[in-house]
Ligand binder design. Sequence first.
Ligand code: NAD
Length: 237
Amino acid sequence: MSQQQRKSIVVLTGAGVSAESGISTFRALDGLWQNHRVAEIASPQGFAVNPSLVHRFYNGRRQQLVSGTVQPNRAHLALAELEARFRGKFWLVTQNIDDLHERAGSEKVIHMHGELLKKRCAHCGDIGMATQALKITDTCARCHRTGGIRPHVVWFGETPLRMGEIYDALKCCDLFIAIGTSGNVYPAAGFVDAAAAVGAHTVELNLEPSAVESAFAEKKYGPAGTLVPDFISRLEG
Ligand code: NAD
């Protein structure tokens, strides 16, 4: 199918798309994220046990974003350009909590695992921007209770966001591209099956074969900063 004939593209990105911007990926071989066990810093139980540690962890990641030390790379930029040029429907679903897609110019971004630059009150559900460090003593602007302010990110055991919209997009896509994602975290790892079930062409672009590599019709391996611009220029060419 030529690019002109395509009606709808869904792109899924994971931590690998931001790796060359200097943001570490998650599932390094040791199962640690920035030297912390995932359960400690990415689960509601971890937050209940040690909220200060969890805040310190995300405050550090947030500071990295707001300080400008990380910038979008060629993969983020190529995806923003594809969205701007493509005449059909386009969705960029990301598991990433950073804002590098938006900073590259992407507009229709669905953050299924939340956003580091937002906070949420666990008591009343109020969501607000968070560009500064969060503390356990912070008070909610809406319900005025203390102790419930947390990063607006989806932790293990919690339901990803905007799943209805994502499955609606997958149901009508004719091209599905997964970039920089390990295929270990569900439901995102199952999106390739949903896209293939409606006849979409499925493509994996990753540093190495993912855990669900066999589900993809086409796969290319290498760093996203090279692979993604090359793939998109061939797609458009
Ligand atoms: P992951 O860390 O589990 O896997 C990353 C994948 O990217 C791996 O398969 C790895 O081989 C690949 N990769 C590494 N460097 C790459 C590169 N330069 N080019 C292309 N691919 C590369 O990430 P995941 O699958 O997204 O799932 C982990 C969870 O971690 C997500 O839920 C996400 O919310 C969270 N997370 C987010 C960020 C972020 O926001 N940038 C960073 C770390 C983890």
